[in-house]
Design a protein around this ligand. Sequence first.
Ligand code: ATP
Ligand code: MG
Length: 358
Amino acid sequence: MERVILTGDRPTGRLHVGHYVGSLKRRVELQNSGAYNKIFIMIADAQALTDNADHPEKVRQNIIEVALDYLACGLDPAMSVLFVQSHISELCELSFYYMNLVTVSRLQRNPTVKSEIQMRNFGESIPVGFFTYPISQAADITAFKATTVPVGEDQLPMLEQTKEIVRKFNSVYGEVLVEPEILLPDNKACLRLPGIDGKSKMSKSLNNCIYLSDTPEEIKQKVMSMFTDPNHLRVDDPGTVKGNPVFTYLDAFCSNEHFQHHLLEYKNLDELKEHYSRGGLGDMKVKKFLNAVLQEELEPIRIRRREFEKDIPEVYNILQKGSCIAKEAAANTLSEVKRAMKINYFEDKELIINCMRP
Ligand code: ATP
Ligand code: MG
C-alpha cells in the first residue's frame, strides 16, 4: 500500500514554536526521509472560517504567512504538495456524505471540540460548521487516502473520529477509504507545548505564543517574561521543574550541544534540573539559557523566511499549483465514494438499461 501523509494548519496566525515541535519539524524529517509516496500539507482556511466567519480578512492574510512558515521550516514543494483547503470543493461533498455516518451526541462527546467551544466562549451560539469540523477533518484525511497524520496531541480525538467514519463507511458501502494512523511527537514535552503564560497549550487564539518569525528581540522579551515556578522567590529556594514551562521548553528544544555552546557549567539538562530543584539556581540564568537555545534554533528559519518573502507571487504560485494537484487526488477519491454509495447514476450504464420500460 502507498504511504501517504496528510496534515495541516489553520491560517489564523503565523505559526509558533508549538506547531514546530508538535508537527512541523516531524513533517520535514518525514519528507526528507523519502519513505512516503505522497505528502499533502493543507492550509485549512475553510476550517479557520468555522470560528472566524466574521473575520475573513484575518484568514485571507494568514494564508501567505503560514505558507512562508512552511517554506522557512524546510517543506519543499518539489517533495510535498502545499495546498489551500477551500480550493478543493470535493472536500465539502465528502463531508456532506460523512455527516450521515456520525451522530450529534458523538460530536458532543469529542473532548477537543468541547474544550475549544469553552475556550471560544460560544455559549449557546456554537456555529454548526465549527461543531462539525471533526467531520470535515475526516474528509480532508480520507480524500487523500492518508495513512499517516503527524499532529500534536490535541488532534487525537479527531483521528479517532476519522477512523470511526472510515470503518462505518467501508462496512456499509465497501472498502474504499483508508484508516489513518496518528503520528505523535516522541518527545513528551512536544505533545502539547504550553504557552509562555503557563496555560496548557500554546495557541494562536490564546495570544501566548513565540512565533517562528519573531525577531531576536521579541523572542528574548517573551522568554524573559515567561511564567515559571511562582514559589521560587529567592535564588536559594528549591524550585519545581515539573509543570514549569521554561523547563518544558528546554525539554522540547535543547540538546547536549546547546550546553557546550551556551552553558558549559552543566553537561546536560538533567544536571540543570537537579540544581534548580535543589536550590541555588536563579530563574534569570535558566531563561537566558533558554533564550540562547531558541535563538540558535529559530535563526536559520527566520533567515530562510526572509528569502522567500522576497518573492511573494512565487509563493502563491506554489500554493496554486499544489491546490490543482490536491484537487485531482480528492476528485479521484470522491468518484470512488460516489460509486460505492451508488449515487453515480449517469456513469452506470447497467442501471440505465435495466430501467428501460417495454
Ligand atoms: P488555533 O488557536 O487557531 O486553533 P492552533 O495554535 O491550535 O491554532 P492549529 O492550526 O489548530 O494551531 O494546529 C496545527 C497543528 O499544530 C496541529 O497538528 C496541532 O496539533 C499542532 N499544535 C498546535 N498547537 C500546538 C502546541 N501547543 N503543542 C504541540 N502541537 C501543537
Ligand atoms: Mg487548534
